[in-house]
Write a protein that binds this ligand. Structure first.
Ligand code: FE2
Ligand code: FE2
Length: 330
């Protein structure tokens, strides 16, 4: 596969599973195009042109020629300078590594992380929070996250990749949308009754069994396993943690249990106050599950995957002859 094809496939998969829905995404891309067209000539060079076609500012080709033919990719959750050096080291030993794929974004994909957070309002809406309330709550939180990431050293890992001539891309919300939708479908099929049964459902998946063996499995941080789960909300996509204030709205809307990747202490306290059960499914492992669902499609097209940096690689790729199986640390 060419690098451009990998990127295009990831964006397409991301859109298919996005809580905003295809129509809303079309409107968003159209709005970005209008913004560009209204810009004075001298400001146009600073505009993110891809935002007119790709609704995920955190999922981008960040280094390298899109025409690069990719035989194998080194993939991890955080790909920083050490991982870039590791890729170079393997190349020196003769491994045909043509691409680095990071889940957590770098470069401009990190600066613009806040932009994907708007989709959280659509997710809350699906659970009964009016869209006007959702949008009013997510707006200030997006600004807060933008200010938090703006002063970071965004280009550090990318500079290393450029100097060593290794293409580098990020797949963030495109992958988080996969795990989000996969778990929603899983719970809809399994219909867990108690909080403990929600955890059991997670442990049916090889990624979570692997993380449990590594002592980092799903953990109930608010509530107890005997509690009835009520309506379960998967909180795994949309950039990063949303505003705490929404928990009150979600509780009123009837959400009984939240399954998240990570939760700050303040979020936990608010969930306690709102009597919402919270299960931390695991951060890196949930990110891994989302990535795996995209990586399977690459593997099916002949791209070899080298998992590093915490990626719990489990393959569900359809192999020739119809067999599918799990491998890696699971
Ligand atoms: Fe993620
Ligand atoms: Fe993450």
């Amino acid at each position: 596969m060419k690098l451009a094809e990998i990127h295009k496939l990831a964006v397409k998969m991301g859109i298919e599973k996005d809580p905003r829905g295809k129509e809303e995404i079309k409107r968003l891309l159209e709005r970005n195009r209008e913004k560009y067209e209204k810009l004075p000539e001298k400001e146009r060079e600073f505009f993110d042109l891809e935002s007119m076609e790709n609704p995920f500012p955190d999922s981008r080709i960040l280094v390298g020629d899109p025409e690069t033919e990719v035989r194998a990719a080194m993939v991890g959750i955080d790909m920083e300078v050490p991982e870039v050096l590791l890729a170079d080291r393997l190349r020196e030993r003769g491994e045909p590594l043509d691409l680095i794929i990071s889940h957590h974004p770098e470069g401009q994909a990190l600066v613009n992380l806040d932009k994907v957070m708007a989709l959280q309002a659509d997710e809350w809406y699906r659970h009964g929070v009016p869209i006007n309330v959702g949008e009013a709550l997510i707006g200030p939180r997006m600004k807060e996250i933008y200010r938090a990431f703006l002063p970071r050293n965004h280009e550090r890992a990318l500079d290393a990749a450029r100097i060593l001539g290794i293409p580098f891309m990020s797949m963030h919300t495109v992958a988080d949308n996969q795990v989000h939708s996969f778990l929603n479908d899983h719970f809809a099929r399994r219909k867990p009754h108690t909080v403990g049964e929600v955890v059991d459902c997670l442990l049916e998946l090889p990624e979570y069994r692997a993380s449990a063996r590594m002592q980092a499995g799903p953990t109930i941080i608010v509530g107890s396993k005997e509690n009835r789960a009520g309506k379960v909300m998967v909180d795994m996509t949309g950039g990063t943690e949303g505003p705490r204030e929404v928990l009150e709205k979600l509780s009123t809307a009837g959400v009984g249990t939240i399954v998240a990747m990570h939760y700050s202490e303040k979020h936990k306290e608010e969930a306690e106050k709102q009597r919402i059960n919270v299960i931390i499914a695991g951060h890196i492992v949930s990110d891994s599950l989302g990535m795996n669902l995209i990586l399977d499609r690459l593997e099916e097209k002949g791209v070899h995957i080298v998992p590093v940096s915490g990626l719990v690689r489990v393959s569900r790729a359809r192999r020739k002859g119809g067999a599918s199986g799990a491998r890696g640390r699971a």
